[in-house]
Design a protein around this ligand. Structure first.
Ligand SMILES: [Zn+2]
Length: 167
């Protein structure tokens, strides 16, 4: 299920990942700059900004994190069960243990998710970063490109006023 990749710079062939690394779906900068030749390499298949992710990819990301939290809490339940083994007589007594583990692991994942997306949004809020992404081809056009600052339209007839004038 987990694939390992060794990403190499498209320009000079230096390993960008320092050898083989897990292929993953992460939130972060969609490119890697080569340490040797400084050229930019696409990394968006494994890692990209939250805003740049498609709906499907966002859903997959959240599902993956949730599934991971469930598996972690199962492991945590078992760890908590070990010292309590002698006190647990009935199976249902495992339920509060499992609920507590789910609360801890789920809560941790939710906090982690909020931290990752808020950092991503903070990066995306920087005009210089958006400009960089646009130059690298990750962003098509500036947000609201069709809407130039109001001042720029002063003195220019809008489509509506032109139509009104023609009447
Ligand atoms: Zn390079």
């Amino acid at each position: 299920m987990v694939t390992y990749v060794n990403r190499k710079c498209g320009n000079c062939g230096t390993s960008l990942t320092g050898g083989y690394t897990q292929s993953y779906n992460a939130i972060g900068e969609p490119y890697i700059q080569c340490r040797k030749c400084q050229s930019y390499n696409d990394h968006s298949d494994a890692c990209t900004e939250w805003e740049l992710m498609s709906g499907v990819r966002k859903t997959f990301f959240v599902l993956h994190m949730s599934l991971n939290a469930v598996m972690l809490s199962a492991a945590l339940t078992f760890v908590m069960f070990l010292p309590l083994m002698d006190y647990i007589r009935e199976t249902w007594q495992l339920v509060p243990l499992g609920a507590l583990a789910l609360l801890i692991c789920g809560g941790y994942r939710i906090l982690q998710f909020q931290r990752l997306t808020s950092r991503s949004n903070a990066r995306m809020a920087k005009p210089s970063y958006r400009e960089k992404l646009r130059r690298l081809g990750y962003l098509d056009s500036p947000k609201g490109a069709a809407m130039a600052p109001e001042g720029d339209f002063r003195g220019f007839p809008t489509q509506q006023s032109k139509r009104q004038a023609a009447r």
